[in-house]
Design a binder for this molecule. Structure first.
Ligand code: DAT
Ligand code: MG
Length: 139
């Protein structure tokens, strides 16, 4: 089933020059880039994006981190790509993310726990539709 998902290379990934590495893994898997944008997101956009986490202790630091510099946002299309990219990304916490995944291979726990985990990927069809509308309203 062909799906679309929102993938973001977070500020730590852009700063470390890992955009190409992430795109390479996505394209090598057979997924297709629909559209991309390099931008520094504002807080309002991030508060909408991370609305499900509002009130959690990491919400404010997460919004601050995500607005601290450029991110590379993309809409990625492919067969079951929503679950497929989550699998490429690996577990949320880079310390326990499996080798072979983006977070497991490239995430550095000592930078700051959990938050700097390089990438975001939508977690369901509903999230993907909601997030794509936030980041790429013209799609
Ligand atoms: P994911 O990005 O794997 O979907 P999530 O939606 O649970 O994870 O959380 C969103 C982001 O918030 C996650 O990528 C990193 C940060 N985060 C999650 N849990 C955290 C925690 N316990 N402490 C600090 N940051 C956290
Ligand atoms: Mg999530």
């Amino acid at each position: 089933m062909t799906e679309r998902t929102l993938v973001i290379v977070k500020p730590d990934g852009v700063e470390r020059g890992l955009v190409g590495e992430v795109v390479k893994r996505i394209e090598s898997k057979g997924y297709r880039l629909v559209t991309v944008d390099l931008l520094t997101p504002d807080r309002a956009t991030l508060e909408r994006h991370y609305a499900e986490h509002e009130g959690k202790p990491f919400f404010r630091p997460l919004v601050e981190f995500m607005s601290s510099g450029p991110v590379f946002a993309m809409v990625v299309e492919g067969d079951r790509v929503i679950a497929g990219f989550r699998s490429l990304a690996g577990a949320t916490d880079p310390t326990v993310a499996a080798p072979g995944t983006i977070r497991g291979d490239l995430g550095r726990e000592w930078d700051a726990p959990v938050m700097r985990n390089l990438v975001h990927g939508s977690d369901s069809e509903a999230s993907a539709a909601r997030e794509i509308a936030i980041w790429f309203p013209s799609l």
